[in-house]
Structures are given as C-alpha cells and as structure tokens.
Design a protein around this ligand. Structure first.
Ligand SMILES: [Zn+2]
Length: 110
C-alpha cells in the first residue's frame, strides 16, 4: 500500500550513511557556494537526503543509493545530489578510511 508508514530507520548503517551524506553536502557547499554555514539550498537538500535515508524501505539492508532502482529522491533533489556526489566523493577518500565508506559507493558488501 502506498500510504503505508514505515518505521524510521535508526540502525548503524543508516546512521553512517547519513553522516557521510551530510559531510558531502557540507563540503560541496563550502567549496562551491563559499559559505561558512550551509546555504539555504544545501540545508534543504541535506534535510531531504537525511529524511529519505530515514524512510528508506530497505533499511539496514539497503544498497548504495546511487544503485538503488527505486530512486526515491525527487528529480530536483536527485540532480543536486548527483552534483554533490560527483564533486565530494573523491574528498571522502581522503577524509575517511576506505573501508568505512565503501558500503555507500559499492553497494552491498556481502
Ligand atoms: Zn550551498
């Protein structure tokens, strides 16, 4: 049923992914919009992305968002997120040990 409510996800994989998404958006905004704090647009994108993760129907078993066939992001946000990802993800390799983020980019590890 479309109207069915899902329990918000609170598991460790989702939490980790939220952290990474937030960092990526913050990095992108800092480097591209030259703000000390997130601009309104990026703030909006961040809230949206975190919300989508909370409501992801795959929960802890989810694969990487970019490989998911559901595409739960609205087009506007999906396009913005694609820009953020393509800009920020090489930086994430500098800031994080590879193994901690490979889940996000390589899909399911198991
Ligand atoms: Zn921004």
């Amino acid at each position: 049923m479309r109207a069915q409510l899902y329990e918000p996800n609170t598991g460790p994989n989702i939490q980790k992914e939220k952290e990474i998404v937030k960092e990526m958006i913050e990095l992108y905004c800092r480097k591209n919009h030259h703000r000390d704090k997130l601009c309104k647009n990026c703030q909006d994108l961040k809230s949206y992305a975190v919300l989508r993760l909370s409501l992801c129907r795959y929960g802890e078993g989810k694969s990487a968002c970019m490989y998911c066939h559901i595409h739960c992001f609205k087009t506007k946000y999906r396009e913005e997120m694609r820009d953020v990802m393509s800009y920020s993800w090489p930086w994430m390799f500098l800031y994080h040990p590879f193994f901690s983020i490979k889940h996000v980019f390589n899909g399911q590890s198991s």
